[in-house]
Ligand binder design. Sequence first.
Ligand SMILES: NC(=O)c1ccc[n+]([C@@H]2O[C@H](COP(=O)([O-])OP(=O)(O)OC[C@H]3O[C@@H](n4cnc5c(N)ncnc54)[C@H](O)[C@@H]3O)[C@@H](O)[C@H]2O)c1
Length: 323
Amino acid sequence: MRILVTGAAGMIGRKLVERLARLGSLRGQTIDAFDLHDIVPAEVPETEAAVDILASDLARAGVAEELVAAKPDVIFHLAGVVSGEAEANFELGYRVNLDGTRALFDAIRASGQGPRVVFTSSIAVFGAPFPDVIPDEFHPTPLSSYGTQKLIGEALLADYTRRGFFDGIGIRLPTICVRPGKPNKAASGFFSGIIREPLAGKEAVLPVPRSVLHTHASPRSAVNFLIHAAEIDGERVGPRRNLTMPGVSVTVGEQIEALGRIAGSKVTRLIREEPDETIWSIVKNWPTRFEARRARELGFEAEQSFDEIIQAHIEDERIELSN
Ligand SMILES: NC(=O)c1ccc[n+]([C@@H]2O[C@H](COP(=O)([O-])OP(=O)(O)OC[C@H]3O[C@@H](n4cnc5c(N)ncnc54)[C@H](O)[C@@H]3O)[C@@H](O)[C@H]2O)c1
């Protein structure tokens, strides 16, 4: 089995590759080769399988064709420009998130191979006004360029699957929290920052009110979703190929309470409230809670509480608590 990962140097991509390398198999078959693509070189995982590191711009003419020429059996398409950046840089967002995705899907179609394609979409496909809990049937009307690009990707994925060009599953990820490493350009960055930075003994800024309600899943769950999406029987999913993933819905205040329970008040005191109108104006248009009934029925699972999400971060990033 040969696996292609686009966006393999990214936060989720790296964790996915690490897990797949550890598992050694997917869909009941041994993984013989990894093709790890990103615009920057991805890390080489510890594995017996062959590894090709490919660094180029997915949206550049000819790149997608080169990637699929190796005939991957499963393709994880994670390459993308995140929400804040896609809003700030209109052309870049459409180029990577839409043109790159279309180029990849078309190259797969032309190859005639019909692989399983797992595409990371986002809950940003939904736009306000929202009901209390967003059901699976809620109509997607994005209110950001990023959400629009992801929604077009979803529609392409469903159509290319219907036409038999590949066997696609789109997963709408909630906000992945706690994001390790440095802050990125996503407008949702503070949801992770208020946990990650204080745990590292650093101050974090909270730019929105504590009453903001949002849905999260850990990077560990994101990897679980991706692997489950690669293995699931397409027949069971049916023609609606884009699934809203489950997650933990909490207010920012509840996130901070969970941090206090786990790490103590010395740590939560490192959170400084500093309202930011720009971030608040973006965040208040975001969906809060999802039913995610279809995904749960199909066996996708996330954490049950925000405490579990913090614990997953502490374990996966090997963080030492001082108290
Ligand atoms: N992290 C989240 O909360 C979240 C939520 C919803 C959806 N997603 C989606 O999941 C995917 C992975 O997210 P992530 O958090 O790992 O993001 P990330 O920014 O860490 O990774 C994305 C990767 O794509 C690469 N990339 C950008 N432009 C490229 C190009 N032109 N060609 C090739 N590679 C390019 C980047 O270098 C980066 O390594 C993205 O598609 C993102 O939109 C993430």
